[in-house]
Design a protein around this ligand. Structure first.
Ligand code: NAD
Length: 391
């Protein structure tokens, strides 16, 4: 019997499992994931700020997997591509005829000195919980320490994760101030960004609106300020040093470390795949989600890494595997984004929507849009019950 192995249970992997099950290929489908749960990575900022709990943004993988898909919970260490098998941390390797690699992303330090040792990444459930615990511990300590650095938080980078985290944090701060008895007006949040603007993927007017929203809520922005090193409790740029007891590293991501460990040629652990999402020279391998890099034929540039694209890639790769098994030709990946939403706390945000025209939204209505987007992505991966439970 043909075996199709999907590695990774994020947006791309989970969606691919569902699509392959509904394609009724007759193959044995196995999904391997490190954790027994899937988490909505687009909601990690809420977990980090304490406005949501892990159970609100995650659900058991087995609840979402269709009948007939085998689930293996283990850590993928490496793909032995010559022997066509997936090597695991705790079990025997699993042999495959087709592989869908959806191992997702990790924090990117760009080799900057001291990042791993002295700052906190925000890339999965564990790291988001660690951010929450650390920031609350520092804020709570101020009452007895009276050390201003306990109230100083530096957020590195001004991309999606950073902006959404700060939006959530400024919403939560008054509640935390009451609980831990610190003066909320003395909290110093500094956002340090290498580029000359924040949220570069957004319309400049929307990005400016998001910036002024956060400034109004006490955030200080330092743009055109590349970080060159992180020392204990200090963020170093060319001509400034920022002192803080909480340093959050949100300057971008790279693909899984399994990519270089498996001998793929890659850039930031993302492999340039062919237009049907398979790997050149290895037609049995498909890469989807953040481990893949796909050229947008219209712009000639790489598609960005988003949950929406991961889900679309999963649909394409799953139907291409089914086509191969049925002796049909594979399809090219094509994607038209529905838009982008960046939340600013639970109720506000900025959004560019491409549904029935182009819409640029800001303020309270974006909270409702974000909820629709989150609900929709749970529906695409699981079912109505899971969607209702994850609210
Ligand atoms: P990002 O690439 O969106 O932003 C990182 C920012 O850090 C950039 O603005 C970059 O200029 C800056 N930076 C990099 N190196 C720096 C340095 N040395 N000093 C100072 N600034 C530096 O990355 P992210 O926010 O981590 O998001 C990761 C991925 O996940 C992105 O592809 C993003 O689109 C996606 N994401 C999407 C959503 C959403 O759709 N709502 C939410 C979160 C993340």
């Amino acid at each position: 019997m043909t075996t199709i192995v999907i590695v990774g249970g994020g947006y791309a992997g989970l969606r691919a499992a569902r699509k392959l099950a509904s394609a009724r290929t007759g193959a044995h489908v196995i999904l391997v994931n490190e954790n027994p749960y899937h988490y909505q990575s687009t909601q990690l900022h809420q977990l980090a700020a304490g406005t949501k709990e892990a159970v609100d943004i995650a659900f058991p993988i087995t609840d979402a997997l269709p009948r007939g898909v085998e689930c293996v919970i283990d850590r993928v260490e490496r793909i032995d591509r010559a022997k066509k098998r997936v090597e695991l941390a705790n079990r025997k390797p699993i042999a495959y005829d087709y592989l869908l690699n959806a191992l997702g992303f990790e924090s990117e330090s760009y080799g900057i000195e001291g990042v791993e040792a002295n700052s906190l990444p925000l890339v999965n459930v564990q790291t988001a919980l660690a951010v929450r615990q650390h920031v609350e511990e520092m804020l709570g300590r101020y009452h007895s320490s009276q050390d201003a650095r306990d109230l100083s938080i530096v957020v590195c980078g001004a991309g999606f994760t950073s902006i959404e985290y700060m939006g959530e944090l400024v919403h939560q701060l008054p509640k935390l101030a009451k609980l831990y008895r610190f003066p909320v007006d003395s909290v110093k949040i500094s956002c340090i960004e290498a580029a000359d603007k924040i949220l570069p993927m957004f319309d400049p007017k929307l990005a400016d609106w998001a910036k002024s929203y956060l400034v109004k809520h006490g955030v200080n922005f330092y743009t055109s300020t590349p970080i060159t090193a992180i020392q204990p409790n200090r963020v170093i740029s060319k001509d400034r040093v920022f002192e803080a007891h909480s340093i959050i590293w949100t300057t971008g991501v790279k693909g899984s470390a399994v990519i270089p460990a498996s001998g793929y040629e890659s850039k930031r652990n993302r492999v340039l795949v062919q237009d049907d999402l398979s790997v050149k020279g290895n037609p049995e391998e498909f890469l989807i989600g953040d481990v893949s890099a796909v050229t947008d034929p219209q712009s000639g540039r790489l598609y960005p890494t988003t949950a929406q694209i991961s889900i679309a890639q999963a649909d394409c790769a799953a139907s291409n595997v089914a086509a191969r098994l049925a002796g049909r030709p594979s399809q090219k990946f094509a994607f038209k984004g529905l838009g982008t939403v960046c939340s600013l706390g639970p109720f506000s945000g900025v959004a560019q929507i491409n549904v029935m025209g182009q819409w640029k939204l800001k303020g309270l209505k974006v909270g409702a849009v974000k909820k629709i987007v989150n609900d929709r992505s749970v529906l695409e991966l699981a079912d109505v019950k899971t969607m209702l439970e994850s609210n």
